[in-house]
Design a protein around this ligand. Structure first.
Ligand SMILES: Nc1nc2c(ncn2[C@@H]2O[C@H](COP(=O)(O)OP(=O)(O)O)[C@@H](O)[C@H]2O)c(=O)[nH]1
Ligand SMILES: [Mg+2]
Length: 326
């Protein structure tokens, strides 16, 4: 069976969203010959079992199960490469996207209005209200502004996770996308500066089940990826990350150390002097300090007499060595 449209749904621990996202995609695409490809990165919950349940009823549902792999961008990439529709696109499994706009996005491409059709939260009636909190909203806006600086097109939501495009256009950039990334649309736009983009506004919904996977690591990776692009894609993101961690370490060292150095150095010297004076230079002799606590005998008394055996060993070793070397 051939398909007009392939909808890729990346999943990572989304068991409670599978049935609903399937229902919404099916409803939105009932007039299209559409396949749904779930790409799961070895979820620890029963995500895959839920997808397999759907596969028993619907032969246009497919599952790509990746083991030992992680990364949203590479999951989407593999999903698209494994699919067969003339037009392919992505929706998140967590129902934060408004899947009812999928036919509009597909239609824009079919009519040749654009090369990439993007669902946007930041234009016209669109809204990002469903982001978890104020901090996440600010982060998203900041990331969007930063990303726009790198792009030739005027796109309001280059970090959107919902977009559709023609297969041959994707094939052209497939090898160049950043495998560790989380925002594959940004890469695609960056690689195809001449691509015509249309946007359809939608209201980003709240996540009702499961958890967001956009953590600090993902943000850090995005930052190093931008720096990689700034170096004309010469210095790898891994090396930039390594260098940045080193610089942060040096910065912390030099900003904190002067504050603690005098105090800690004095404490070390005082402590050392105490030990040397009390335990080595002036060993406690029985009866000399009747009030001393019983454990004052705990430390061995290093007098010059106690060093006699060590001296003997050193002298005999030297003599033996001299005898052999003659
Ligand atoms: N296969 C796969 N899917 C992922 C990965 N990270 C996130 N996802 C899925 O990508 C979609 C968006 O992720 P989410 O955590 O909701 O990102 P957010 O909406 O930006 O907070 C969801 O369907 C996740 O299950 C991953 O490493 N591999
Ligand atoms: Mg989400």
């Amino acid at each position: 069976m051939s398909f007009d449209v392939s909808v890729i749904v990346p999943t990572l621990n989304e068991q409670d969203n599978i049935a609903r996202v399937y229902g919404e995609v099916r409803q939105a695409t009932e007039k299209l010959r559409c396949e749904i490809v779930f790409v799961d990165d070895d979820s620890r919950d029963s995500t895959r079992e839920r997808v397999r349940d759907l596969q028993r009823e619907d032969s246009s549902v497919r599952l790509v199960h990746r083991i030992g792999r992680r990364g949203l961008s590479s999951a989407i990439q593999e999903g698209i490469l494994a699919s067969s529709g003339r037009i392919c696109g992505v929706v998140d499994a967590d129902l934060q996207h408004d899947i009812s706009i999928v036919p509009k996005l597909v239609d824009l491409i079919e009519r040749g209005q654009c090369d990439i059709a993007v669902g946007t939260r930041y234009a016209e009636t669109g809204s990002a209200a469903g982001l978890a909190n104020r901090e996440r909203e600010r982060l998203s806006q900041f990331g969007t502004k930063l990303a726009k600086l790198f792009l030739a097109q005027n796109v309001s939501d280059p970090m959107s996770g919902m977009f559709f495009m023609r297969r041959e256009d994707f094939d052209r950039v497939a090898r160049k996308t950043y495998q560790q990334g989380f925002k594959i649309l940004f890469d695609i736009l960056y690689m195809q500066p001449q691509a015509r983009v249309s946007e359809v506004p939608y209201v980003f919904r709240e996540r009702t089940a499961g958890e967001s996977k956009l953590d600090l690591r993902v943000q850090w990776e995005f930052l190093t990826h931008l720096l990689y692009l700034m170096t004309w894609r010469i210095v790898p993101a891994g090396l930039i990350s390594f260098g940045m961690v080193g610089c942060i370490g040096l910065f912390v060292h030099f900003s904190v150390w002067p504050a603690f150095a005098p105090a800690s150095a004095r404490a070390c010297v005082l402590g050392r002097n105490q030990v040397v004076r009390r335990r080595i230079l002036i060993p406690p002799s029985p009866g000399s300090n009747p009030g001393a606590p019983a454990n004052s005998q705990f430390w061995p008394s290093f007098t010059s007499r106690s060093l006699v055996p060590y001296r003997a060993v050193t002298v005999s070793t030297r003599t033996t060595f001299a005898a052999y070397s003659e």
